[in-house]
Each structure stands twice: as structure tokens, then as C-alpha cells.
Design a protein around this ligand. Sequence first.
Ligand SMILES: NC(=O)c1ccc[n+]([C@@H]2O[C@H](COP(=O)([O-])OP(=O)(O)OC[C@H]3O[C@@H](n4cnc5c(N)ncnc54)[C@H](OP(=O)(O)O)[C@@H]3O)[C@@H](O)[C@H]2O)c1
Length: 214
Amino acid sequence: MKIGIIGAGDVGQTLAKLWTQAGHSVILSSRHPETLESVIQDLGPTAQAATVVQTAIAGDILLLAVNYATIDAALAQMAPHVTNKIVIDATNPLRYTDEGNLERVIGDREIAGLVMADKLPNARIVKAFTTLWTGYLQQHAHRPYPQVAVALAGNADNKPAVATLIKDAGFDPVDLGTLTDSRPIDPPSAIWNQVLTADEMRSQLAQASQLDSV
Ligand SMILES: NC(=O)c1ccc[n+]([C@@H]2O[C@H](COP(=O)([O-])OP(=O)(O)OC[C@H]3O[C@@H](n4cnc5c(N)ncnc54)[C@H](OP(=O)(O)O)[C@@H]3O)[C@@H](O)[C@H]2O)c1
């Protein structure tokens, strides 16, 4: 299976490394693929660089890892080529303010996975890898039992392939349900940027939902 990674920044490169180490082929996109030469060399013979369009076409499954501020331009390029493809959406609906703080760019009641499903209606969106800083991903991949949890959410048919890629990257997948259930994957939330085992994640989610219902 060829994994097309849209956005070769921190998230894209971190997961490209973990997946090539697990034996997968990856295509990393950039608006300037020639700048990825040394990255591709480091990743080895199962990695290549390409444009966004080439990556969207060639990837059997796609990872979306672009900053929200520029995402619409990337989505416009991808959209014609993602029909029926699983797109793992690792993006967070955040932007930096002029003061250097992160702020949400979608409404408090909106759910990022549903917003993305509206933006890319032909794709099969699965939300995953949004909750952990890449430093944690690098540090904790393939940790001995109990492994670190990575939450995912989406339609049942689309999740097994993504759960396998989460395991291949060295993490324990925790299924949150459908995109409608995926609010805890978005910041701010009880599990966002927390290094947790699956049991700890489920317990945090249960506590948060009890507080919500009070
Ligand atoms: N960093 C983290 O720890 C972390 C963890 C979880 C989730 N996330 C989320 O993952 C997403 C990516 O974060 P990141 O830290 O990896 O960002 P990043 O390091 O800034 O990389 C983003 C990449 O997106 C590409 N890009 C930007 N605009 C584009 C466009 N219009 N079309 C195509 N490609 C474009 C850029 O590639 P070129 O300039 O080469 O085209 C860049 O390499 C964000 O939504 C972030 O919230 C980040």
C-alpha cells in the first residue's frame, strides 16, 4: 500500500519515518518537491517526493497534514483525486494569533472532522493523529506495553485500515466512534496533547463526558 502524505512538515515527516520503518511506501508532497531531496534520502528507497496533485493521485490512502491557515488551497488541489479514498485527517483547526497564541478557527460547537467531511465530500475522512505533538510521537512510538494511545474517529468501514497504520506507527488505536463523536479529538479537550495509554484515554473521556452531562 502506498501512503500519500499531503504536507511534509513535522507531522508528515514524523509519520513518513515511522511508516517507512514499518515497511510501507510513502509519497511526501510539497509545493516544492525538490526541497525534500535530503528528507527522501534519509527515509530510504520506499519514499519519494511529489506535488500535492501527484501525491493525491498516487496514494492508495492519504494523510492530510497541512496547516489550517492554508488548507483550502491544498484541498482544492486534492479534491478531484480523492473520490472514495480514505483521507486520514491529522489537522487541527488552529492558527497562531499575532501574539503567538493558538486559537481555534472553527466555531466552539463545530467538529473538525465534520467540517473536513464537508470540505472533501468525496473522500472517506478518518480523523487521527491530531492529539499528540510530533515530539511525543517520535519519543513514544513502539513503546513497550502498554503503548501510547492514538484516537481515531470515522465511519466503521474506513477505520480498520487506519487502525492498522496507527499500530504500524507504534501506537495503540482507540476508536472514538464516528466523526460526529470526534469532538474529543479536537483542541481543547481532555485528551488533547496528553500522552496516555488506551485505558487512561478511555478513563479521561468518561470523566469528561460525566462533567459535560452535569
Ligand atoms: N506539529 C505537531 O506536533 C502536530 C501534531 C498533531 C497535529 N498537527 C496538525 O497537523 C497539521 C500540520 O502540522 P505540522 O506541524 O506538520 O505543520 P508544518 O510543519 O508547518 O507543515 C505543514 C506542511 O504543509 C504544507 N503546506 C502548507 N500549505 C500548503 C498548501 N497550500 N498546499 C500544499 N501543502 C501545503 C507545507 O509544505 P510545503 O511548504 O513544502 O508545500 C508544510 O510542509 C496542522 O493542522 C497541525 O495543527 C500538528
